[in-house]
Design a protein around this ligand. Structure first.
Ligand SMILES: NC(=O)c1ccc[n+]([C@@H]2O[C@H](COP(=O)([O-])OP(=O)(O)OC[C@H]3O[C@@H](n4cnc5c(N)ncnc54)[C@H](O)[C@@H]3O)[C@@H](O)[C@H]2O)c1
Length: 496
């Protein structure tokens, strides 16, 4: 039986949230529907944790490759429990209809069922999002729970606990819950703390606190205290060294007698189990391809000179970005994607346009100009069209499944971050400085799966049985026959 996981989406009523939920319902009920190109049936295409390495599902997935591991394989997205918060009161089925992302025949089949799914009220601060979002934000936490930073975090903690207990996601050995920020992009927060103690002190230590703490930080703190992984899918500056420290098992498992007691913070959920803090900003479409294309140009020995890209999109996420304060947050990450390559000659320009008529179907155009042999120019142009949420939802599924696997296998914070770097525009925390190239980043994932999770490097290797050895090595570490250092030394020898 595959492990059961929970996914809590902040912004569940947004385009990503309802597309994820519709996919979940469609798979759960094994639905089929009509499209312009003929009948279609439910699948998890695009989610590499849910498809196999061979067969009609594309041949690049990991499900079968990790099924033989001693840790119980990858969680099934169909069996996951999905819930979340939104500040808009629109019932989820109606929000799906309004989003115009999926085929109407599918929407028709899932709409009523989705309208019956409860959405939790969101913790909200209008100063952090664009003015375009204010009128619809009526489904928000009010009253005593909204008085202070402390009461807001405590409210979110209660929400998470209820979600765990209503859905049987409790216990030391399972039920990993991942909280995903898929809410509107926030302006940058100016509050900054250098340690986890300072961060907790600011939230729990004073009733009157005017620090500029964003809602995303409050969700992330509540998630850490409740043993959940937190994924920042938006482009704001939620991640910080203080938050990273709060996520460290060492910190969480040692604070019971210290700051928790001093500040009267209720006990932490499974503080000894790893939970991860990952981000920033999902690398879903145009940006992902850019990191593959420039990696290709560099691999050919060409010198990339200009990457000029423009995209246009007409969904609510882009509407929120029509305000300068939120657009600046998005541009920070979009422009920074090649950072660690340190290519001072590369002129990377990005333009975004809000074009309401085309809704969620993003169109992007990118022109790459490089210098080839004897300085002759080499130019490529790419044009892509896809529903934005259809690009992003598989990343939400995969990140939750990886967090669950890594937590069960006790993968370190740093390894979890580098393995999932391919999912983010600007990998932060433990993944800072990872090579930006898409294939290099997939290599990081392979490496962590092979060295930490008993994965197989390829289907050929699996057939030869060569990598079964790593399963045995992991088991030997688990049984105390080998130390972690000895296992790592063995792997080093094998690589040589
Ligand atoms: N779709 C993609 O390809 C893609 C790629 C990278 C990043 N993202 C990011 O994912 C996020 C979601 O995208 P989307 O298209 O679903 O946007 P959306 O605007 O359709 O949905 C965002 C939802 O968040 C809700 N919300 C805002 N503040 C909230 C709060 N404090 N608490 C709870 N809910 C809140 C809004 O009411 C809205 O329903 C955005 O930050 C976007 O930049 C999307």
């Amino acid at each position: 039986m595959s492990p059961k996981i929970g996914i809590l989406v902040v912004g569940l009523g947004g385009n990503n949230g309802v597309t994820l939920l519709a996919g979940h319902v469609a798979n759960d009920l094994s639905l089929s529907w009509e499209t312009q190109n003929g009948p279609m049936s439910a699948n998890w295409y695009g989610c590499i944790t849910q498809i196999d390495s061979k067969g009609d599902h594309g041949g690049c997935g990991f499900r079968d490759r990790l099924s033989g591991g001693s840790y119980g394989g990858l969680a099934s997205a169909t069996e996951a429990v999905i819930g979340g918060w939104d500040v808009r009161p629109t019932p989820l089925g109606d929000a799906l209809y309004e989003s115009r992302v999926l085929e109407y025949d599918l929407v028709r089949k899932v709409r009523d069922g989705m309208n019956g799914i409860k959405v939790m009220k969101g913790v909200y601060d209008p100063s952090f999002v664009g003015e375009s979002q204010h009128a619809t934000a009526t489904h928000v936490v009010r009253g005593d729970d909204d008085l202070t930073l402390r009461s807001r975090v405590e409210r979110l903690r209660k929400d998470i606990r209820r979600f765990r207990s209503e859905n049987g996601l409790l216990g030391e050995d399972g039920g990993h819950v991942t909280v995903i920020w898929s809410a509107s992009v926030e302006r940058p927060s100016s509050a900054s703390y250098s340690t986890a103690d300072e961060l907790l002190g600011a939230i729990y230590g004073a009733d009157e606190n005017d620090d500029d703490v964003s809602p995303s930080v409050l969700y992330a703190v509540a998630s850490a205290l409740e043993g959940c992984s937190f994924v920042n899918g938006g482009s704001q500056n939620t991640l910080s060294p203080a938050l990273s420290e709060l996520y460290g098992v060492e910190y969480r498992s040692s604070i019971s007698g210290g700051i928790l007691g001093k500040l009267g913070i209720g006990g932490l959920y499974c503080p000894d189990r790893p939970a991860y803090l990952l981000g920033t900003d999902f690398k879903a479409g145009q940006t992902k391809f850019k990191t593959a294309a420039v990696e290709y140009i560099r691999a050919l020995g060409l010198l990339p000179m200009v990457v000029a890209s423009s995209n246009h999109l007409g969904n609510n996420d882009m509407l929120n970005l029509t305000t300068k304060k939120t657009l600046d947050a998005k541009m920070r990450v979009k422009s920074n994607i090649f950072g660690p390559w340190d290519e001072p000659q590369l002129d990377h320009q990005v333009r975004v346009m809000y074009t309401p008529y085309i809704g969620d179907e993003k169109r992007d155009v990118v022109e790459y100009t490089s210098l080839g042999f004897l300085g002759c120019q080499h130019t490529m142009l790419t044009y892509t069209r896809c529903m934005d949420s259809v690009l992003c939802v598989p990343l939400m599924v995969d990140v939750a499944v990886w967090c669950d696997l890594f937590s069960r296998v006790d993968v370190s914070t740093k390894d979890a971050a580098r393995a999932t770097a391919y999912l983010f525009k600007v990998p932060e925390g433990g993944a800072a400085g990872v090579d930006p190239g898409f294939h290099r980043q997939m290599g990081e994932l392979e490496d962590v799966l092979n060295t930490r999770c008993g994965g197989t490097t390829s289907s050929t290797a699996r057939e030869e049985g060569r990598h079964l050895t790593w399963d045995v090595v992991e088991k030997a570490v688990g049984d105390g026959v080998l130390t972690r250092e000895q296992a790592d030394a063995l792997r080093g020898l094998a690589k040589e």
